[in-house]
Design a protein around this ligand. Sequence first.
Ligand SMILES: NC(=O)CC[C@H](N)C(=O)O
Length: 381
Amino acid sequence: MTQPIAKLALEDGTVFTGLSLGAEGEVDGEVCFNTSMTGYQEILTDPSYRGQILTMTYTQIGNYGVNTEDMESSKTHMSGFIVRECSRRVSNFRANKSLDEFLKENNVVGLTGIDTRALVRRLRNSGAMKGVLSTIDLDDASLVEKARNSAGLVGRDLVKEVMPAEGSDWSEKLSPWVKMGDRNRAEKSRSELDLHVVALDFGMKWNIPRHLQDMGCKVTVMPGSSTAEEVLAQNPDAVFLSNGPGDPEPLVGPIETIRGLLGKKPIFGICLGHQLLSLACGAKTFKLKFGHRGANQPVLDVTTNKVEITSQNHGFAVEEESLPDCLEITHRNLNDNTIAGVQHKTLPAFSVQYHPEASAGPHDSEYLFERFRELVTGQRV
Ligand SMILES: NC(=O)CC[C@H](N)C(=O)O
């Protein structure tokens, strides 16, 4: 069977022609790139990619297939997925399907066989662009027009499309594979759940509550739209603010909620959670030229002067000039010096722009979960 043709058109008029991968159809989204060599399953199921068409810079993707365990949410949320070459042979004892099958099942329109290096150079030089990926309309001019007219990410609330409708009690454990790679890791696990954390879910990656549980937290997951009163009614020891898709500034409800929680409960935020905490404290966010997406982004912890290699996925960041007096910078991205972490000077609240839960990526930043635990236990009367 021959693979159908698929095309990617960018708003700047560039068209890439390749072969269809995964589902057939037509999608639009912001086109961005991720430099991770592995971890495509975790990336595909990270809800923060809602509204985006992602290209992997690594040339061959799919060789270890997809399994039932490495899921970061119940399904794929991104609009489209692009790889230079999708491995035709799957070789891993944990795999139960191929990447192509997984994309078809999840209705993700994919593209393969294009010069992804040329695409990434274009995004790197011009910045992230709106695009359309199609196996239906193969007319270049029509596709470019659709890309130009598509909604893009800025100003849209994408969280409401991915957050859970209702709350739930988290029960899934951290994978034994995580502990196997790190001999000291097993000793850090706590079986007694002696802290209660409410996790506000804006499109949360599952490895975060898995980590929280592993360090002794009973996690109650609540929709990101919950009010401060609803959160406080759970009587938690602390509140966690999750990652999530899109532009943080339109999320006025969650920002209001966080204002209502500040000073009442210790707070820890990751990625979108970091941006929302900063906005709640009075900072502004801005759109990065092409974002940070990969598993080897260097970050300096300015409180310890240690460098950690981190997993990242964000297109917006907190604007340094707008940082209010009540916040101080704790971490910096060493590639472009942008803010990678903040803490409140007087209240128990801190956040990072990157992903200490890794998945996929290095485990250097796992200490932040311990820092959260220490902050919470230190606050407990
Ligand atoms: N992973 C995330 O939480 C991403 C945050 C936000 N959507 C951004 O792109 O900057």
